[in-house]
Write a protein that binds this ligand. Structure first.
Ligand SMILES: Nc1nc2c(c(=O)[nH]1)N(C=O)[C@@H](CNc1ccc(C(=O)N[C@@H](CCC(=O)O)C(=O)O)cc1)CN2
Ligand SMILES: Nc1ncnc2c1ncn2[C@@H]1O[C@H](COP(=O)(O)OP(=O)(O)OP(=O)(O)O)[C@@H](O)[C@H]1O
Length: 190
């Protein structure tokens, strides 16, 4: 169920051209930068995009210029663990890591304490309208999000084509605080 659904959505996203991805990524970036919670936050973790995900390079550059502490995950495959590591310059200190995804070079001095993170911007394959998340199937973010401070804010960014009335889900699947697409902002019904 999950596997088939994942494959279909990854295929749909892959079929979009670079103009679509760039245009909608920049709309989503502007929306994020106008959120009060982003402007108030000091410490923000976000992913480095791959496979036609919403692009985050411009967002990262802007957040660094706003003097935020910005980190991206190093993926430890054996432990199924994400290690948030600070990025100070997108053109320096980045390498290709697990699954061919860009990640910060390992530097224990730049590791960010999970308790210091105010906001996490999360990648996904698909979401439902209640902000439940379907990922790539490694369980990386499900495990990681559980370790955050209780008042940390989780934001999913995605294209409209990744939003469904329902997605296959299991007990451990994460529910986020906000989903932002090129046309909508979703929050779970209270
Ligand atoms: N940009 C980004 N970074 C991220 C994630 C993500 O979804 N997006 N992850 C979110 O958890 C983690 C990596 N998770 C992954 C888990 C499994 C596979 C995987 O099974 N890939 C298949 C091929 C998939 C395909 O290309 O269709 C493979 O390697 O065989 C990939 C990534 C950490 N970093
Ligand atoms: N919090 C958790 N603790 C232990 N195991 C977990 C946890 N969350 C998920 N898993 C396990 O990890 C595997 C993948 O989970 P799932 O299919 O939900 O991943 P996903 O959310 O789609 O992937 P990702 O977060 O990497 O994008 C499953 O076998 C699941 O049982």
């Amino acid at each position: 169920m999950k596997k088939e659904f994942r494959k279909k959505v990854i295929g749909d996203r892959k079929s979009k051209d670079i103009e679509f991805i760039n245009k909608n990524s920049s709309i989503i970036t502007e929306k994020l930068l106008s959120l009060e919670c982003i402007n108030k936050a000091n410490n923000i973790m976000l992913y480095l995009d791959f496979n036609n995900e919403v692009k985050t390079d411009d967002l990262i550059t802007k957040l660094i210029s706003l003097r935020k502490i910005v980190s991206s995950p190093i993926t430890l495959k054996d432990e199924r663990k994400l290690v948030p590591t600070q990025i100070t310059d997108l053109h320096n200190g980045i390498k290709i890591g697990a699954y061919g995804i860009r990640e910060p070079k390992n530097d224990p001095n730049l590791e960010v304490n999970v308790n210091d993170i105010d906001i996490v911007i999360v990648p996904a394959v698909a979401y439902d309208r209640e902000c439940y998340r379907l990922g790539y199937g490694g369980g990386y973010y499900d495990r990681f999000l559980n370790r955050l401070r209780k008042d940390a804010i989780t934001i999913g960014i995605a294209f409209d084509l990744q939003i469904f009335d329902s997605v296959p889900k299991e007990e451990h699947d994460a529910q986020l605080d906000y989903i932002i697409t090129e046309t909508q902002i979703l929050t779970p019904r209270k």
